[in-house]
Design a protein around this ligand. Structure first.
Ligand SMILES: [Zn+2]
Length: 145
């Protein structure tokens, strides 16, 4: 059997990959890790919520030194996706200040992390500049779905 598995369990693959946040049903705070209680209000009820795929860069760091085996430099960022802060790398662009800036429009992108002996592919995610796509699909506001 071959297939794809997401590198984190809040990444949902398929035809339309997206992130799912754990959302506090009492105050709406969103988390990507498992919580026993909400850090904002202490409530213990959570529900999954789909996170917007498009966002804006709120903060970023160009990482020049990392653990052995991690290619550098890369861009570590916080992306605001419709009010949900997502920590992810900015990918598919040059990792330098000429190509990454605060407020830059980005969108979710997935990439292969490699395939194991059984043919199962691990999939990671990052955000890529959304301007790349708008050049070949101008003002396509009515995509299906
Ligand atoms: Zn809460």
């Amino acid at each position: 059997m071959s297939g794809q598995i997401p590198i984190v369990d809040y990444l949902v693959l398929g035809d339309d990959p997206h992130l799912v946040a754990t959302t506090c049903t009492a105050c709406g705070a969103r988390y990507f890790d498992r919580r026993n209680a909400c850090a904002s209000c202490g409530a213990t009820e959570f529900a999954p919520a789909e996170v917007e795929r498009e966002g804006e860069v709120r903060a970023f760091t160009i990482v020049a030194f990392a653990a052995p085996g991690v290619p550098v430099p890369f861009v570590a960022a916080v992306v605001d996706c419709g009010g949900t802060s997502v920590r992810a790398n900015i990918i598919n662009t040059d990792p330098d200040p000429d190509h990454v800036e605060l407020g830059m429009k980005v969108r979710l992108a997935t990439y292969s992390l490699g395939t194991d002996d059984d043919g199962t592919e691990a999939i990671g995610f990052g955000f890529e500049p959304s301007t790349n796509a708008s050049t070949n699909a101008p003002t396509n506001l009515t995509t299906e779905g």
